[in-house]
Write a protein that binds this ligand. Structure first.
Ligand code: DC
Length: 235
C-alpha cells in the first residue's frame, strides 16, 4: 500500500539522478529515497559480516536485517548509518559501488528490499531515485522520469567528481567502468535498468541539474502534484 504520491527518477550512473532528485524533493518539500544507497549498504553489510560475494541468500538476510538510518549533518548534507555506524563515506567508494552492482543482480536481495523501499512513500510525497523505481517498486507513480546522458558525458562527470575528491583516475578507465556497469545493470535478468513504458525521458547530456529539475517540476505541476499543501517551493 503506497501512502503518498511518488515521482520516480530512474537512469544509469552519472545521468544526474542523485542531484536532480534532491533538487526536486527539496522544491516539493517531499521525502527522498536514494535506493542505490540500499544496495550499497547491503553490499557493505555483507562485506562487514564476511559473506562470500556470491552468497545470494545470506545477502538477502543481511538486507532484511540491517538497521538503516538516513539523516543529515549540521550542514544539511545527507548521512547514512548502518547498524549505528556512520558509513556515509564508506558506501561511496568504487569498491562499494562494485559490490552494490553485484548484490543488486540477486533476485532474493531485490525482493528483500522491496517493502523497505515502499515504506518511504509517506505524506506529503516521495521522490524515488534508482534504476527500477518506476518499473518495479512504484508502478503506479503519477510521474515517472527516465534520465539519460551519453556514456562520454557521464564518464566525464564521474572523472571530475573523482578529481575534486583528490582521487587519481584515468578518463579511459572511468569510461570503461561506466560502460561495464551499464551492461551489468541493463543486462541482468531481474529488474534490469529500463525506462518504464509510461516514463518521460530526459537527456541530460547538455542539460544541467537545475534545468532538468525545472523540467520535472513543470511535469509535476501539469499533474497537480504541486498543489498547496504539498509543500511546494519553486527552485
Ligand atoms: O545509484 P548507485 O550507483 O548508488 O547504485 C548502486 C548500484 O545499485 C548500481 O550498480 C545499480 C544498483 N541499483 C539497482 O540495481 N537498483 C536500484 N533501484 C538502485 C541501484
Amino acid at each position: 500500500m503506497i501512502g503518498a504520491p511518488v515521482i520516480t527518477i530512474d537512469g544509469p550512473s552519472g545521468s544526474g539522478k542523485g542531484t536532480v532528485s534532491r533538487l526536486v524533493a527539496r522544491a516539493l518539500g517531499w521525502h527522498l529515497l536514494d535506493s542505490g544507497a540500499l544496495y550499497r549498504l547491503t553490499g557493505l553489510a555483507g562485506a562487514l559480516a564476511g559473506l562470500a560475494p556470491g552468497d545470494e541468500e545470506a545477502h538477502a538476510r543481511a538486507a532484511l536485517a540491517m538497521d538503516v538510518r538516513f539523516g543529515a549533518d549540521a550542514a544539511g548534507e545527507p548521512t547514512v548509518l548502518l547498524d549505528g555506524r556512520d558509513v556515509t563515506q564508506a558506501i561511496r567508494t568504487e569498491a562499494a559501488g562494485e559490490r552494490a552492482s553485484q548484490v543488486a543482480s540477486f533476485k532474493a536481495v531485490r525482493h528483500a528490499l522491496l517493502e523497505r523501499q515502499r515504506r518511504f512513500a509517506e505524506p506529503p510525497g516521495l521522490v524515488a531515485d534508482g534504476r527500477d523505481m518506476g518499473s518495479v517498486i512504484f508502478p503506479s507513480a503519477p510521474l515517472k522520469v527516465f534520465l539519460t546522458a551519453s556514456v562520454e558525458e557521464r564518464a566525464a562527470r564521474r572523472f571530475r567528481q573523482l578529481k575534486s575528491a583528490g582521487i587519481n583516475a584515468i578518463l579511459a578507465a572511468v569510461t570503461a567502468d561506466i560502460a561495464s556497469r551499464d551492461a551489468r545493470d541493463s543486462g541482468r535478468a531481474v529488474a534490469p535498468l529500463v525506462a518504464a513504458a509510461d516514463a518521460v525521458t530526459l537527456d541530460t547530456t547538455r542539460l544541467d541539474a537545475e534545468s532538468a529539475a525545472r523540467q520535472i517540476l513543470a511535469r509535476a505541476a501539469e499533474r497537480g502534484l504541486d498543489r498547496p499543501g504539498s509543500g511546494f517551493r519553486p527552485l
